[in-house]
Design a protein around this ligand. Sequence first.
Ligand code: SF4
Ligand code: SF4
Length: 97
Amino acid sequence: MPKTFSRLETKGKKALFAVSPELCKGCGLCIEKCPSQVLDWSTRIGIYGTPIVEPKRMERCTGCMLCQYFCPDAAIDVIRREKPRQQKEEAGGSKPK
Ligand code: SF4
Ligand code: SF4
């Protein structure tokens, strides 16, 4: 059976952001790569004895998922609340020509 990790979830308008304290090593890459400066250091300590990250400005989160893609330890899970525009158009059929 696959191991499951605890998650700290924060809901935003465009996405739900979740980080696992059992996976985050506090490298800071997600903070550096977030284009909207959503993420910052938390006061919580992760399993490696380093601070984990926290979305301190979740209202700015666009759900771009860059933080998830760049995290080397798969500690972040972003679940978008809306489908990207392209998927919406595909789901709604092609536009009249
Ligand atoms: S999904 Fe994008 S905007 Fe939201 S926290 Fe991650 S990198 Fe920042
Ligand atoms: S990139 Fe991943 S491991 Fe590094 S601080 Fe962010 S959540 Fe933690």
